[in-house]
Design a protein around this ligand. Sequence first.
Ligand code: SF4
Length: 174
Amino acid sequence: MSSMPESGNAGVMRLSGIVEESIVDGPGLRYVLFTQGCPHHCKGCHNPQTHDFKGGFPFTAEAALAQIGENPLLSGVTLSGGEPFEQAQALCAVAEGVQAMRKNVMTYTGYTFEALLARNDYWTNRLLELTDVLVDGPYVESLRDLELQFRGSSNQRLLDRASRERIAAALCSR
Ligand code: SF4
């Protein structure tokens, strides 16, 4: 059981960009937050400007939720990178508000789902709970596939809640 850390700068994210209406970052019309800061440095990454943890700009969860709430046509919100799980606490504040609006949350990560579970970290686990669909794994240039839905390389998985429960259960039974 992971312990809950102090709240700190709970609702302030560091972002590389915002797209208020996207049809390419998940199902339906989506509001997309691109986080700033990524430790993975995947070869062939299309967004190297998002790697520097000191780059980008600060933005509050409150401001994001205000923009999201103004658009009734949105199906959901996508948390992309950079690496969203490096600022899981602030993104939890966004995801909680999105779920309260009865919209869905899709989260991208360069970590595998198994690696996120192994962190045993409160905010990582909470963001996973608030995520309806997780797209996991690093971008692997040699596995690039333009036919894949919402993914760049074939090692990446689209994991809904049921798929994640199956993987977690299998890990526990080992
Ligand atoms: S995880 Fe995403 S943003 Fe980070 S290096 Fe890999 S492709 Fe780029």
